[in-house]
Design a protein around this ligand. Structure first.
Ligand SMILES: Cc1cc2nc3c(=O)[nH]c(=O)nc-3n(C[C@H](O)[C@H](O)[C@H](O)COP(=O)(O)O)c2cc1C
Length: 279
């Protein structure tokens, strides 16, 4: 596996550093003195002090949706060359600006689903429980790519005891939600749902295997821009009968899966000091 950095020469490193840190708020990933490398999501962007600046090309910063581009525009209006607009040729929404040395900066969102690009760190932070979805179902080829990532979920003794049931039958989902009550409603909010199960006849730790496989699915789905929501209390005889699951297997959860019709700012959570102890 490889990773990458794109470097530009700059004639005014301190000014560039100030601009990318203070104005664009890109965190510094590595400061090497004569070179500063910034990180923005999957982008590693380096500037090195030199006699001449390299200003050709375009630095594109992309956002999850149009409203985020509009927000970026509000924030950087003084740098922008014009307001955001559609570019139907590439199915994008964007605006242009310049950095202090005249490099092209583009702020954009894509109007179509993307292959994975989130860093693991961003995925872990930005996954949220999604309870509202667009009606278009996840195409089978995308779903298969999600399941390809699910192959690497850890299991006790590597027994790989977990399995997923893709439930497209509306009637079955409605029966399950009726059993579960309102906390189960997210299951009906997307075109279909997935049950995450571990085999009782195979697993040494069926509860742990199934729960980890469930979280692995939630994160794999996030990598493809898909929403999910863990709906619990599904390890019930009635649910197993509806889904034709052996009684000895363990059902960790059902989750809707689909394209999120809601988005959230990063939530407030407990400080690390409140949940980490050192002995
Ligand atoms: C074990 C577990 C059980 C959950 N059960 C439900 C549920 O039955 N229904 C529901 O809507 N959300 C359920 N959730 C989602 C939580 O409400 C959600 O994870 C929590 O509020 C934090 O929000 P976030 O997932 O957006 O970070 C469950 C989550 C976990 C981990």
């Amino acid at each position: 596996m490889m990773h990458g950095i794109v470097f530009f020469k700059t004639a005014v490193l301190p000014i560039i550093r100030e601009f990318y840190v203070r104005v664009l708020e890109l965190p510094i990933w590595l400061d090497q003195g004569a070179c500063t490398i910034f990180r923005n999501g999957n982008l590693l962007l380096g500037f090195c002090q030199s006699e001449n600046a390299e200003t050709e090309g375009t630095i594109t910063l992309f956002f999850p949706n149009r409203s985020a581009v509009q927000e970026a525009y509000k924030k950087h209006e003084s740098l922008a060359l014009e307001p955001p607009k559609d570019n139907p040729r590439f199915s994008i929404y964007h605006f242009w600006a310049k950095d202090p040395e005249g490099r092209n900066l583009e702020f954009q969102s894509f109007d179509h689903p993307l292959e994975p690009h989130l860093s693991l760190e961003d995925g872990l932070m930005q996954r949220r429980s999604i309870r509202h979805y667009y009606p278009s179902p996840v195409p089978d080829d995308i779903l298969n790519k999600v399941f390809e990532l699910c192959r690497y979920s850890p299991t006790a003794r590597n027994l790989q005891s977990y399995y997923y049931i893709v439930i497209k039958q509306r009637e079955a989902l409605e029966q399950i939600v009726n059993l579960r009550g309102p906390a189960g409603d997210p299951i009906l909010a997307s075109p279909y749902a997935i049950a995450v199960v571990a085999r009782g006849d195979l697993a040494r730790r069926k509860v742990q295997d199934a729960c980890i496989a469930a979280y692995h699915l939630l994160l794999a789905a996030k990598a493809f821009g898909l929403g999910t929501c863990w709906v619990t209390d599904m390890d019930r005889d009635e649910v197993k009968s509806i889904l034709n699951i052996p009684q000895d297997d363990y059902v960790a959860c059902l989750t809707p899966i689909g394209y999120p019709a809601e988005e959230f700012a990063l939530p407030k959570r407990h400080e690390v000091s409140s949940f980490v102890r050192y002995l």
